[in-house]
Design a protein. Structure first.
Length: 196
């Protein structure tokens, strides 16, 4: 309906203008008018698209930042990251590493000269040291308040029982990155179907 109205309206205006201009002059004015109209329309479109892209840029960066953080974390974790492994039994800490398999589904914590614990990320829940239920445990208290925010408590729940693992990371930023990336990878493991 709108298209028919515009067609007949344009035809009426064209015929009405033929009273004042000859046909060739009217066609030339129409072409010049069309060119000016398209130029103004493109200028307005460029103005608004520049505003929109500058507003979308921070949002795009915020979605890209976690992706790159998780990617970097995953690459390092597959190779192995040195940490301090805290023993709940002896209240001592020993150097060790945590590693992940290439499918990013299993985490292995290994103390130097000690035990090796491997578990699925889907079965693990991670807490920061000051938010952990083990924050009052003697092994954690002996580290001091400053080190408490660098401690990560990993609680593994499987069919048999719950086991607790404590690792001490280099600083607060590394601990927060570990916790964030573990949550993302746990969600990733739940959404991706297992390989045969």
């Amino acid at each position: 309906m709108k298209q028919a109205f515009c067609t007949f309206g344009g035809l009426y205006v064209f015929i009405a203008l033929l009273q004042y201009f000859d046909f060739v002059t009217l066609v030339m004015l129409s072409v010049v008018g069309f060119i000016l109209f398209r130029h103004i329309q493109n200028t307005i479109q460029v103005m608004y698209s520049t505003k929109d892209s500058s507003e979308d840029e921070p949002a795009e960066q915020t979605t890209r930042k976690p992706k790159t953080k998780v990617k970097k974390f995953s690459k390092q974790a597959v190779l192995g990251v040195p940490v301090q492994v805290i023993s709940l039994d002896s209240s001592s800490k020993a150097s060790g590493t945590y590693t992940m398999d290439k499918s990013l589904r299993r985490l292995t914590i290994q103390a130097t000269g000690g035990g090796k614990h491997t578990f699925l990320l889907a079965q693990a829940t991670c807490f920061r040291g000051d938010e952990s239920s083990l924050s009052t445990h003697q092994a954690v208290k002996s580290l001091g308040d400053k080190a408490l925010v660098c401690v990560v408590h990993i609680q593994v729940s499987d069919e048999k029982a719950k086991t607790d693992h404590l690792i001490l990371l280099a600083d607060t930023l590394e601990a927060d990155t570990f916790l964030t990336c573990m949550k993302v990878l746990k969600l990733y493991g739940q959404t991706v179907s297992p390989r045969p």
